[in-house]
Structures are given as structure tokens and as C-alpha cells.
Design a binder for this molecule. Structure first.
Ligand SMILES: NC(=O)c1ccc[n+]([C@@H]2O[C@H](COP(=O)([O-])OP(=O)(O)OC[C@H]3O[C@@H](n4cnc5c(N)ncnc54)[C@H](OP(=O)(O)O)[C@@H]3O)[C@@H](O)[C@H]2O)c1
Length: 226
């Protein structure tokens, strides 16, 4: 069975991506900080006939993140697809938001650690085996502000834009290697209860687009605006 590792696996996109790949024959490695919530997700997927296991780790603890991915590869027989999409639904120490005039090294650095360095650590944990196999997929998710920034997310968007730039260039470098990398920018609110006037979409509407990217393997980026 191929395996997808979802870094930042929660009840929104994480679960929907797990279902999308799991229902198409993938085993699923779920990575996030909270062991109990991961177990609940894994049990839920299990009841749907999907093999899913929890590998708790914090993306801010890069050695722990690499160890979790190594453990997942060992347990599930390798990682064929990496998907990176942590979202701070419960507080992440050090993460704040700032408008552009208030962005400083102090409030940008944690966003870079969370969005960019975590993604780099995850990629480096799985890339050597993928390169050796000449096969594999790396998908990285940010918000639409990585492409079209909005003032209230000055530091968040700057970090996301850095990740986006790196992923698109990774896609270019890996062309012809058999390993495919792509960035997904989600420019909508996900789920219900979003601010008025902001377009929204459900995780179930968005997740199949990840499968399309995985199958087609030609686009460096998907920008989803609903
Ligand atoms: N939600 C939106 O409206 C929205 C809009 C546009 C784009 N996006 C993007 O879409 C992606 C998925 O968002 P989602 O809301 O659907 O997420 P989700 O899959 O529902 O949950 C993401 C999970 O990330 C985990 N996480 C947070 N901090 C972490 C850390 N330091 N280390 C490891 N895991 C961590 C959280 O679990 P723990 O707390 O247990 O760690 C959370 O459950 C993200 O890239 C997000 O930026 C979201």
C-alpha cells in the first residue's frame, strides 16, 4: 500500500485529504501535536476502512518532526506522498499576527519557523528515499495570502510567500526526477463560520484537488479561490 503522511492533520483539510487518499488505496500517517486528537482521527478513518496511524510531533521541534516521519516510514513501509498543512487552531507559542508596518524580526521569525523551517524539515526527512526511488510527491499548503497578501496577515503572508517560492523552485529542480512537488494556496475560508463576505469552501470540495495534482504531476501550484 502507498502511504501519505499528513503534517498538521486536523479535522479540516487534514481529515479530508486523509479520506481522499485513503479511499483510493493509501495508508495514512497523521502528524500533529495532540496525541488524543490524532487517535480520534485515526479511529474515525479506521471505521471507514482506511489504515491510519498517529505519529505525534510539533513542527517547531524539527528533530521530533523528522523522527515522526522516520517512524511512519518504518511502520507503514515508506512515504509516497508528504502533505504539509499545519494550522494553529489551538495556540502555538510565539505565533502572533502583525500588519506590514508592525512586522519585525521578532514576530516574523516564529512564522518562518512554523511555515518554512517545518516544511523544510519534513521535506528533508522524506526526500532522500523518494530521490533514490525516483518517485514521490510533496504537497505544501498555505493560504491565498501567499499569492495575494492582505494587511492583517503581514507576517503570516510573508512566511507563506517564502514557502511558496521555495516549493515552486523545488518543483523546477525536481523536474524529470520522478519526484513531484507542488504548492496549494487556499484562498477561501475553510468550513463554516467564516467572516461575512469571505468566500468559503468545505474541505470535501478542496481535498479532491490534491488528488488531481498527485495524478497529473505537472503543475507547480494550485490556487483555489472557490
Ligand atoms: N482554516 C482556514 O480557513 C484556512 C484558510 C486558508 C488556508 N488554510 C490552510 O489550509 C491548511 C489546513 O488548514 P485546516 O484549517 O483545514 O487544518 P486542519 O487539518 O483542520 O488542522 C490542522 C492541524 O494542524 C495541527 N498543528 C497546529 N500547530 C501544529 C504544530 N506546531 N505542529 C504540528 N501540528 C500542528 C493542529 O493540531 P494540534 O493542535 O493537535 O497540533 C491542527 O489540528 C493550512 O495550511 C492552513 O494554513 C486554512
Amino acid at each position: 500500500m502507498p502511504t501519505i503522511a499528513i503534517v498538521g492533520a486536523g479535522p479540516g483539510m487534514g481529515l479530508a485529504i486523509a479520506r481522499t487518499f485513503g479511499s483510493r488505496g493509501f495508508d495514512v500517517a497523521l502528524i500533529a501535536r495532540t496525541k488524543d486528537r490524532l487517535r480520534t482521527l485515526a479511529d474515525r478513518l479506521g471505521r471507514e476502512g482506511i489504515t491510519a496511524e498517529a505519529f505525534p510531533a510539533d513542527v517547531l521541534d524539527r528533530p521530533a518532526l523528522a523522527a515522526a516521519l522516520d517512524a511512519a516510514a518504518e511502520r507503514l513501509g515508506g512515504i509516497d506522498v508528504l502533505e504539509y498543512s499545519p494550522a494553529p487552531h489551538s495556540p502555538v507559542p510565539g505565533l502572533t499576527t502583525a500588519v506590514p508596518t508592525e512586522v519585525t524580526a521578532d514576530n516574523l521569525q516564529p512564522q518562518i519557523e512554523y511555515t518554512v523551517y517545518g516544511a523544510l524539515a519534513a521535506a528533508h526527512a522524506v526526500l532522500p528515499a523518494m530521490r533514490q526511488a525516483g518517485a514521490g510527491t510533496l504537497l505544501f499548503t498555505t493560504g491565498g495570502g501567499s499569492v495575494r497578501p492582505i494587511p492583517m496577515l503581514g507576517n503570516v503572508n510573508a512566511a507563506a510567500a517564502a514557502l511558496r517560492n521555495w516549493v515552486i523552485n523545488l518543483h523546477n529542480e525536481l523536474a524529470g526526477s520522478g519526484v513531484y512537488a507542488a504548492h496549494v494556496a487556499i484562498g477561501t475560508w475553510i468550513g463554516e463560520g467564516g467572516p461575512e463576505g469571505i468566500p468559503a469552501a468545505t474541505p470535501e470540495q478542496i481535498a479532491p484537488l490534491y488528488w488531481n495534482l498527485y495524478e497529473r504531476r505537472d503543475q507547480p501550484e494550485l490556487v483555489f479561490n472557490g
